[in-house]
Every structure is written in structure tokens, then in C-alpha cells.
Write a protein that binds this ligand. Structure first.
Ligand SMILES: Cc1ncc(COP(=O)(O)O)c(C=O)c1O
Ligand SMILES: N[C@@H](CCCC[NH3+])C(=O)O
Length: 402
């Protein structure tokens, strides 16, 4: 990544997120290439980074979209992703979302419970349309990732077990308003082990074969997302081995592969840059306080996640400290007990691997404005979301002031 963080700080102020769109292109091409032996759709998991320009960039490469709210579906449509490349997932879709999605003609609704299938069926009947259905199977496989981002065990709320899925497909087949179209499985995020993915695709592909035997033919096999990235020193799943393992499980099946990567496509495109406000020492403990905070990037506070940090100065004298923000929470830290150089006011600090689940999980806690987002492509930078203002923050309350 060849980005001049100082120049961007002078131009756009801090804190900011910057995304390298050329990196995103490289990641997309790598994964798409790995699946070249088959018809495939890479449906970008919009939740990872839902900035319109990011989605539009992926759309220009040919990506579809994996969405978990009607808002995300609308973002995808807004930047030109064709409805036939959009999948709508989520364990708790509300009636109005189902209604709207059915009206938009998206590829399939990914249903996550028997009760939801009943709702979709009755809404489709009411609207006199046929709903294309995919069912999210929970294969009860441990993905060996952080427990908060594991989704493939029966103890997790996602999907349905194999027997329930089979009953639901039979319901689809017997319904005038449901069309069994796809099958889905996503066991978790930041996956670094191939074996659990293989096992779950195998379980789900056995179900596809069982269904074919009773004349329920599916057109799409959605393997979910989950491919991990390097935050620290993780050893990653090789994308060719990943695709190969999936293709082997699907051997002999005439089915299009859908894959829903989020973090893999955008995670390491992003850097969060803030500047040093102060240093202080409490007793023996040194703190470096920057202008970014947990409301901007919550992963360390939420998951104890590691993000590599770098102070952009030439000082080589390192000492132990906590890198913290201005929010009034002790959980407001980016790194704890880390060796960083002595800093001075306005030195920049880069926090890496910040392209996925960082801006999208930001909040306005402490009445802090969400920061600017910048894209860099072919060496050119441009603003893709302006920094919020105080007026933006009070806009929904002001009219109700008495
Ligand atoms: C259904 C579904 N698809 C795709 C993803 C994207 O995951 P990741 O960003 O790990 O690729 C998620 C999030 O875990 C998900 O829940
Ligand atoms: N928010 C999580 C990923 C969740 C994936 C969505 N199912 C993270 O930051 O790692």
C-alpha cells in the first residue's frame, strides 16, 4: 500500500479511514479466479463496509451483494448491482423488509427458520408472487474462530438443522408461492482453517443430493463468506485450495456457486489514521491519547481484537504504553501494553486492517462525529464520505425541542 498518510491528514484532517481500492480489486480477482472452473457469483457481504463507493467499486468488478437488511439491499441496488445478484439473509427479517424484497425481484431470500418460511409464504401469497428461497443450513460445525463471530454451531442462532431444512424444502416444493432455489451455509468469520469449511460444505452437499433424489433441484450453492485475513501473523487459507475443496464436494452437481466474502475483500484495504493529542503517565503507566476512539473502531474493545498500530514519526526510543482515545470508557483502547515511540502533539498513528467491520460498526457515542472516509485508486485520493458535523448529529432531534 503506497499511501501518504500525512498528505491525506493535511488535506482531510484526522481521524479518517482510507481504503486502497486497488487492493480490493486484487482480492476480488484472486478469489474469482480461484472459482474459474465453475459458474460463480461473488456476493460481497455489504455489512463489512457499506460505503456506497466501496460497493460500487466491487459492482464494477462484477460482484453481487449479500445483504442483511433491506437498507443494505437498497445500497446495493443504488450503485447498480443487479437484483439477480442480491441475496437477503438474516435471522430476524421483518414483514415490511420481506415485502419490499419480494417486490424488488432479488435472487433469493435466505430463510433462517421454519417460522420465517411461513411468514415469507404468506406474504408472497398476499402479494401474489413467487418467492425464490434459499435455506441457511446450520451444520453444527465448530469453525475454530472467535466465539462472537462463530455462526455454524447449533448453539448459535443462525440457520436451521439438516432435518428442518429438508422439511422446509418440501414445504417450498408443495407451495404455489415458494420456489426452492438455493442452499446456504456460513459457519463464521475470520476463518483460518479449511477443514471445518470442507466438512460443512460436504454435509450441505449431501443434503443437495438427497433433495435431488426427491426431485427438488437447486440452482445455487451458497458457501457463505468467512475467509480470514492477516491482522497479525495468521496463516491463511489458500484461496485455490479453498475453491478446490468446495468444487470437490460439489462434483457432479449442476449448480452455480455463490460465495459471500466481506472481510477478505476489504479488510486489509483499510487504515484508520488519527493523530496524537497528548501523552501522560499515571503512576508507572504511560498512555498515548489520540483523536480517534472506540466509537470509530470498536473491534479491540468488543473482541479484544488485535490491529497492528504504527506511530508515524522517526523516534526509535520505544516504551510500553496503552494507545487510547478520548471516550469516557476504560474500554476505549486500540492497543494495550504495546511498545511505541515517544510521541508529540499531532504525530500520526496508523491502525491497520481497518477496512472491514470498522467504519460499519462506528457510532456517535459521546456525540462524536463519524469520521471522513477516503478512497485511493491508481494513486489518486478522493473523499467518499464527508466527516459528520454537529448539525448532522442533532438533525433528528432538533425539531422536537420544546
Ligand atoms: C451470512 C453471511 N455471509 C457472509 C458474511 C461475511 O463474512 P466475512 O466478512 O467473514 O467474509 C457473514 C458475516 O459473518 C454472514 O453472516
Ligand atoms: N463484526 C465482526 C464480524 C462479524 C461478521 C458478521 N457475521 C468483526 O468485526 O470481526
Amino acid at each position: 500500500m503506497n499511501i501518504d498518510f500525512k498528505e491525506l491528514a493535511n488535506k482531510y484532517k484526522t481521524p479518517y479511514y482510507v481504503y486502497d481500492f486497488d487492493h480490493i480489486t486484487g482480492q476480488y480477482e484472486e478469489l474469482k479466479g480461484a472459482f474459474k472452473a465453475r459458474k460463480s457469483i461473488l456476493a460481497y457481504a455489504v455489512k463489512a463496509n457499506s460505503n456506497l463507493s466501496v460497493i460500487k467499486h466491487l459492482a464494477s468488478l462484477g460482484a453481487g451483494a449479500d445483504c442483511v437488511s433491506i437498507g443494505e439491499v437498497k445500497r446495493a441496488l443504488k450503485v447498480g448491482i443487479a437484483p439477480y445478484k442480491i441475496i437477503f439473509s438474516g435471522v430476524g427479517k421483518i414483514d415490511s423488509e420481506i415485502k419490499e424484497a419480494l417486490g424488488l425481484g432479488i435472487l433469493m431470500i435466505n430463510v433462517e427458520s421454519a417460522a420465517e418460511l411461513d411468514r415469507v409464504e404468506s406474504i408472497a401469497k398476499e402479494l401474489d408472487v413467487i418467492a425464490r428461497i434459499s435455506i441457511r443450513v446450520n451444520p453444527n460445525i465448530d469453525p475454530q474462530t472467535h466465539p462472537y463471530i462463530s455462526t455454524g454451531l447449533h448453539e448459535n442462532k443462525f440457520g436451521v438443522d439438516i432435518d428442518t431444512a429438508k422439511r422446509m424444502y418440501i414445504q417450498c416444493k408443495n407451495s404455489d408461492n415458494l420456489e426452492p432455489t438455493g442452499i446456504h451455509c456460513h459457519i463464521g468469520s475470520q476463518l483460518t482453517q479449511l477443514e471445518p469449511i470442507k466438512e460443512s460444505v460436504k454435509i450441505v452437499s449431501d443434503l443437495v443430493r438427497n433433495l435431488a433424489a426427491i426431485k427438488i433441484e437447486l440452482s445455487f450453492f451458497d458457501v457463505g463468506g468467512g475467509l480470514g485475513i492477516v491482522y497479525d501473523d495468521e496463516k491463511l487459507i489458500d484461496t485455490n485450495e479453498y475453491a478446490q475443496a468446495i468444487l470437490e464436494c460439489l462434483f457432479g452437481l449442476d449448480i452455480t456457486i455463490v460465495c459471500e466474502p466481506g472481510r477478505f475483500l476489504v479488510g486489509n484495504s483499510g487504515v484508520f489514521v488519527s493523530k496524537v493529542l497528548y501523552e501522560k503517565v499515571n503512576g508507572n503507566k504511560r498512555f498515548v491519547i489520540v483523536d480517534g476512539a472506540m466509537n470509530d473502531l470498536i473491534r479491540p474493545a468488543l473482541y479484544d481484537a488485535y490491529h497492528k498500530v504504527e506511530v508515524l514519526n522517526d523516534n526509535e526510543e520505544l516504551s510500553d504504553c496503552n494507545l487510547v482515545g478520548p471516550v469516557c470508557e476504560s474500554g476505549d483502547f486500540f492497543a494495550k501494553n504495546i511498545n511505541l515511540p515517544q510521541t508529540k502533539h499531532n504525530d500520526l498513528v496508523a491502525i491497520y486492517s481497518a477496512g472491514a467491520y470498522c467504519f460499519t460498526m462506528a457510532s456517535n457515542y459521546n456525540t462524536r462525529n463519524k469520521v471522513a472516509e477516503i478512497a485511493v485508486e491508481n494513486g489518486q485520493d478522493r473523499l467518499i464520505r464527508r466527516r459528520e458535523t454537529f448539525e448532522d448529529l442533532i438533525a433528528h432531534e432538533e425539531e422536537f425541542l420544546k
